[in-house]
Design a protein around this ligand. Structure first.
Ligand code: UCC
Ligand code: FAD
Length: 593
C-alpha cells in the first residue's frame, strides 16, 4: 500500500516510537524451578522461611540492589598512589554503591547464613547458595569478596586454631557477621607473576620468622582482588637459616590484616597498580608489593597448598553460582523482552525460531542451577558431619567438575542471550554487556578449565577411584529410578543418559588398562571433565523430571538435554598420545615464518 503523507507522518525526526525496556522480575518468584527445587531439597519447616526470605530479597534486588550493581560498574574503583604533596598514600577509592552493596550482603546474611549453627548444615548451605544465586547478577561483583570471605571462614574453621590464635577467632566472627559495621571481607592471594595455576612453581614470596608464629612477608602478588578487604590468606615460603624449600611443599599458609589496627595504615603493603581488565571492572584487583608485611603462619610448615585448598573448594562453588545465575539473568531478561519487542509484525515470542533459541538457553539455565544446588547440598551434608564416605568423595570430585562445567557453558550461553536483544544487547546503558564481560572470568580464576580437569585426575588418584565409584552410583541410582517410572519422556531421557554414561565409564575403564596409565589420562582430562559435567547435569534434570511433583515441562527439558544433545566429548582418541605431534603440527604451521 502507498503511504499518504498526512499529519501522522509529520513528526520530529526522533519519531514517536519508544521501545518498552525489558523488566527485571523478582528473581526468586519468577524463576521457573528454583522455588520447586528448594521445596524438594529442604524440610517443610525450613522451606517456608527460606522461601519468604528469598522472595523478600528478590523484591529488594528489583527495587534497590540492581541499581546499585549498575552504579558500581559505571563508577569503577580508582587508585591514588600519591597525594598532592608527593606523599605515598595508596588511597583506594571505591564508589559508595560498592560499600552499600557490601553492607547489604552482611545484613542479608549472605555469608552468615552458611555458618548459622542453629540450623542444619544442609539447609543453611542450600539457603545461602540460593540467595547468592539471586544476588550475584545485581551485586556489582561484591560476590567476589563474599566468595573469598566464605572460603576464609571455612579455612579458619578447618584449621581449628581459634583458642591458640585470638586473631583467627576474631576474624572468623567478623567474616560470618551480619552487622555491616563489624563484618569483614577477606582476600585470597595466591597468584604471582610466574604462575597462577602452578602456585608451587610461581610463588616467590618469602616469610622471615620473627618467632614461631609471627613472620615478615616480602614478595609481589600479581592478582589480588577486592583489596578493600580487611584480611587475607596468602602463601609464602618460610626462610630458615637463609634457605627456603622450593616447589609447593615449601609453601605455608599465612594470615594477615591489610591495615594496622591502631593507625589504619597499610601493613607493609604497596598498591602498585589496579588491573585494567576486560570485565569485573567494579572489582578492585591490584598488583601488590609486600615489603615486610606482618603475618601469622597458620598452617603447619609446608602445608600451605592443602590448607588453602579448603578455600578453593568453597570459592569454586561460589564461582559456579556466578556462572549459573548469569545465564539465568540474561534468559530472564530475554524472556521478558520477547514479549515486548516486535519484528516483522510479530512479537519475538511469536516467532518459532526465536522461541527455539530461548528454549535452549532456558534448558542450560535449569541444568546449571540444579548442578550448583547439588553441590551446596553435598557441602552441607559434609559440614553436618553426617555425610557418608561416598558423599564426601563425591563432593570433592564434583567441585572442580561443577566449576569447569558452569564456567565453560555460561560464556556462549550469555553471548547467545545478548544476541536475543539485537543491537540493544550490545549497548552499555542497558547493563546487559557487563553480564558477558563478567562471565568470561568465571572460566579463568579459581582454576582454569584445564587445571580443574587435572584436579579431577588428582581426585581419582587420591581417592583410589572411590570418588569415581561414588559418581557411578549417584548417576546409576537416578537412571534406575527414571527408567522405572511411567512417564515415557522421562524413561527415554533416562535411557539416553544411561547410554552416554555407560560409554563414559567404559572409556575411562579402558584408559585405566593402558600401560601408560595414569599419565595417559592427562591429555584427555578436559574431555573427561566436560563429559562428566554434561552427564551429571543431565542426570539432575532427569531426577528433577522423575519426581512425583514434576511438571510436563520438566520431562521435556530432561529429554531435550539427554536425548537431543551429545553429552560426551571423551573417547579413546582423547587419550591417544600419537595425537600430540599431529596437534603440534596443526598449531605451529608457519609459526615464526
Ligand atoms: O583466582 C582467584 C581469586 C579470584 C577471586 C574470587 C572469585 C570467586 C568466585 C566469585 C564469583 C563472583 S584466587 C587464585 C585461585 N588459584 C587457583 O585456583 C590455583 C589453581 N591451581 C590449582 O588449583 C593447582 O591444582 C594447585 C595449586 C592446587 C596444585 O598444587 P600442587 O601443589 O602442585 O599440587 P599437589 O602437589 O597435587 O597438591 C598439594 C596438596 C595435596 O595434598 P597432600 O599434600 O596431602 O597430598 C593435594 O591433594 O594439596 C592437595 N590439594 C587439594 N586438596 C590440591 N588441590 C586440592 C583441592 N582442590 N582440594 C583438596
Ligand atoms: P597460567 O597458569 O599461565 O595458565 C595459562 C594457560 O595454560 C591456561 O589456559 C591454563 O589452563 C593452561 N595450563 C596451565 N597449566 C596447564 C597444564 N598443566 N596442562 C594444560 N594446560 C595448562 N589470583 C589470586 O591469587 N587472587 C586473586 O584475588 C585473583 N583475582 C583475579 C582476578 C581476575 C579478574 C583475574 C583474571 C585473575 C585473578 N587471579 C587471582 C588470578 C587467577 O587465579 C589466575 O589468573 C589463574 O589461576 C590462571 O593463572 P595464570 O594467569 O598464571 O595462567
Amino acid at each position: 500500500s502507498i503511504r499518504m503523507l498526512n499529519k501522522d507522518y509529520q513528526h520530529p525526526k526522533l519519531g514517536p516510537f519508544v521501545q518498552a525496556a525489558p523488566v527485571l522480575e523478582n528473581p526468586f518468584t519468577s524463576d521457573p524451578i528454583l522455588p520447586r527445587a528448594l521445596k524438594r531439597l529442604l524440610p517443610n519447616s525450613e522451606y517456608n522461611s527460606v522461601a519468604t526470605d528469598l522472595s523478600n530479597f528478590g523484591q529488594r534486588i528489583v527495587k534497590e540492589v540492581d541499581a546499585l550493581g549498575l552504579l558500581a560498574e559505571r563508577d569503577p574503583p580508582r587508585l591514588e598512589q600519591f597525594d598532592a604533596w608527593g606523599n605515598r598514600v595508596d588511597n583506594l577509592i571505591v564508589t559508595p554503591a560498592w560499600d552499600k552493596l557490601k553492607g547489604i550482603a552482611a545484613e542479608e546474611g549472605l555469608i552468615a547464613i552458611g555458618y548459622d549453627k542453629s540450623r542444619s548444615a544442609e539447609a543453611r548451605r542450600i539457603h545461602q547458595f540460593a540467595k547468592l544465586y539471586l544476588f550475584h547478577p545485581s551485586s556489582g561483583l561484591v560476590t567476589c569478596p563474599l566468595a573469598m570471605t566464605d572460603g576464609a571462614a571455612k579455612t579458619i574453621s578447618e584449621l581449628n586454631l581459634g583458642d591458640k590464635f585470638p586473631d583467627l577467632k576474631e576474624a572468623y566472627n567478623r567474616l560470618t557477621s551480619r552487622d555491616p559495621k563489624h563484618a569483614w571481607t577477606s582476600g585470597q592471594w595466591m597468584t604471582e607473576k610466574a604462575g597462577g595455576s602452578d602456585v608451587g612453581g610461581g610463588c616467590d614470596t618469602y616469610a622471615v620468622p620473627v618467632d614461631e608464629v609471627n613472620h615478615k612477608l616480602s614478595g609481589y602478588k600479581w592478582f589480588s582482588s577486592a583489596i578493600d578487604a580487611d584480611m587475607t590468606l596468602t602463601l609464602a615460603r618460610t626462610v630458615q637459616d637463609g634457605k627456603a624449600v622450593s616447589g609447593s611443599r615449601g609453601l605455608s599458609l599465612f594470615f594477615l590484616r591489610l591495615r594496622d589496627q591502631a593507625t589504619g595504615k597499610l601493613n607493609g603493603i604497596q598498591m602498585l597498580k589496579l588491573k585494567n581488565k576486560l570485565g569485573t571492572k567494579q572489582l578492585p584487583t591490584a598488583e601488590l608489593l609486600l615489603d615486610g608485611v606482618n603475618a601469622l603462619k597458620v598452617s603447619a610448615e609446608g602445608r600451605g597448598v592443602p590448607s588453602i585448598a579448603n578455600m578453593l573448594n568453597i570459592t569454586r562453588v561460589h564461582n559456579a553460582v556466578a556462572s549459573a545465575s548469569s545465564i539465568r539473568r540474561v534468559v530472564s531478561l530475554a524472556r521478558d523482552w520477547s514479549t515486548r519487542r516486535v519484528a516483522f509484525g510479530n512479537k519475538l515470542v511469536d516467532w518459532p525460531l526465536h522461541l527455539a533459541t530461548l528454549a535452549n538457553l532456558e534448558i542450560l539455565a535449569r541444568g546449571t542451577l540444579l548442578f550448583t544446588l547439588e553441590s551446596a547440598r553435598l557441602l552441607g551434608r559434609f559440614e553436618s558431619g553426617e555425610a557418608s564416605a561416598e558423599e564426601i568423595a563425591l563432593l570433592r570430585l564434583i567441585t572442580p567438575i561443577l566449576k569447569l562445567h558452569t564456567g565453560k557453558v555460561c560464556v556462549p550461553a550469555i553471548s547467545e542471550g545478548i544476541e536475543c536483544f539485537g543491537g540493544q544487547g550490545y549497548i552499555e546503558d542497558t547493563g546487559i554487556p557487563g553480564i558477558m564481560r563478567d562471565a568470561q572470568v568465571t572460566a579463568i580464576w579459581e582454576g582454569t578449565t584445564n587445571v580443574l580437569s587435572l584436579d579431577i585426575l588428582r581426585v581419582f588418584k587420591t581417592t583410589k577411584f572411590a570418588a569415581f565409584e561414588a559418581f557411578v552410583n549417584r548417576i546409576s541410582g537416578i537412571v534406575t529410578k527414571a527408567k522405572s517410572g511411567q512417564n515415557e519422556k522421562v524413561v527415554q531421557a533416562g535411557t539416553s543418559l544411561e547410554k552416554a554414561f555407560t560409554q563414559l565409564v567404559s572409556t575411562l575403564k579402558a584408559a585405566q588398562k593402558d600401560p601408560q596409565f595414569p599419565a595417559n589420562l592427562q591429555r584427555g582430562a578436559r574431555d573427561i571433565g566436560i563429559s562428566m559435567g554434561n552427564v551429571y547435569t543431565g542426570a539432575l534434570l532427569v531426577e528433577f523430571a522423575a519426581h512425583a511433583e514434576a511438571t510436563p515441562v520438566d520431562a521435556d527439558v530432561a529429554s531435550r538435554y539427554c536425548v537431543e544433545q551429545q553429552l560426551l566429548t571423551v573417547s579413546a582418541a582423547s587419550f591417544d598420545a600419537t595425537r600430540n605431534d599431529v596437534e603440534k603440527n596443526i598449531i605451529f604451521e608457519n609459526y615464526g615464518k
